[in-house]
Design a protein around this ligand. Structure first.
Ligand SMILES: Nc1ncnc2c1ncn2[C@@H]1O[C@H](COP(=O)(O)OP(=O)(O)OP(=O)(O)O)[C@@H](O)[C@H]1O
Length: 267
């Protein structure tokens, strides 16, 4: 029997209105790896994630997730094993729900609470909120929370269903530097859990790529520009080519910081 991949995308293209949004995408994610997906606006990241979650179908190629090939599996069952935290989820939540209710709604991966939570679920929700430093916010209305607190609550919510794959779609958008670093250390803790989910972290910002992300995929105009070990992908040459501008890159605390080279004074 062949190796079971967490994600196995082969030769995937997706065409809409004459436009090829994804072109010949190949991407294999193995157990034990955590990946960053990096791409500029409109590069096709959301389209690719929609495919991984079974919301869109490729025009060409095959998609398998957690060892199940799409087309041969019940997608509702599959989606219970996949957590997807994105800003579009935020707008679907009920404004008056408390942080605890939002987290509990993740048990069945529903928006809002339709079944009565068990004592065990309440305990797990409290534990997750506590673990992410949001214990005191348990009874606060979700709408009153800061952006950083909301993101933590949404990630806790996704973890309630114990997903095997967790997609974090630009979780640091709108966060100040302190809130961003707090959220990133929480993400590191999730990545380090031995039985935790495989993480896919989507971002435009290279400095958010944490050491726990062993692999990085650069997506450009619907094509995989480069995919592999993060240390091999985040080089001055690769990133300058990817962003189409000469860049300097500096490694510090296991992370990568890019900048434009200083301009030479005109002589
Ligand atoms: N259903 C659709 N029909 C037609 N075009 C689409 C559809 N979905 C996406 N597109 C187009 O495909 C391209 C890629 O969009 P996508 O949302 O996947 O990019 P993205 O990398 O997630 O961008 P961003 O970082 O801005 O969210 C865009 O040009 C978009 O307009």
């Amino acid at each position: 029997m062949g190796e079971t991949f967490i994600i196995d995308i082969r030769g995937v293209s997706w065409q809409r209105e004459e436009k090829e949004i994804l072109q010949q995408v190949d991407w294999q994610v193995k157990p034990g790896e955590h990946w960053c997906l990096v791409g500029q606006n409109g590069s096709g990241k959301t389209s690719l994630l929609n495919m991984i979650c079974g919301y869109t179908w490729p025009t060409k190629g095959s998609v398998s997730v957690l060892g199940h090939r799409y087309g041969e599996v019940d997608l509702r069952d599959m989606r219970k094993s996949i957590g997807w935290v994105s800003s579009s989820l935020m707008s679907q939540l009920h404004d008056n729900d408390t942080a605890e209710q939002v987290v509990l709604s993740g048990t069945e991966a529903t928006i809002g609470l339709y079944t009565r939570p068990t004592a065990e679920h309440r305990e797990r929700a409290a534990e997750l909120l506590e673990q992410f430093g949001c214990g005191s916010l348990r009874h606060s209305a979700y709408r009153t929370l800061s952006q950083g607190e909301r993101q933590k609550v949404l990630i806790a919510r996704a973890l309630m269903a114990s997903p095997k794959l967790l997609i974090l779609d630009e979780p640091c958008t709108g966060l100040d530097i302190l809130a961003r670093e707090q959220l990133l250390s929480m993400i590191t803790r999730i990545a380090e859990q031995p039985d935790g989910p495989t993480l896919i972290y989507v971002t435009h910002h290279i400095e958010e790529i944490l050491p726990c992300f062993s692999h990085t995929l650069l997506l450009k105009r619907g094509r995989v520009e480069r995919a592999g070990w993060t240390k091999d992908v985040l080089t001055k040459e690769e990133l300058s080519r990817f962003f189409e501008v000469p860049l300097d890159i500096r490694e510090g605390s296991g992370r990568f910081w890019i900048s434009l080279p200083e301009r030479q004074p005109a002589t």
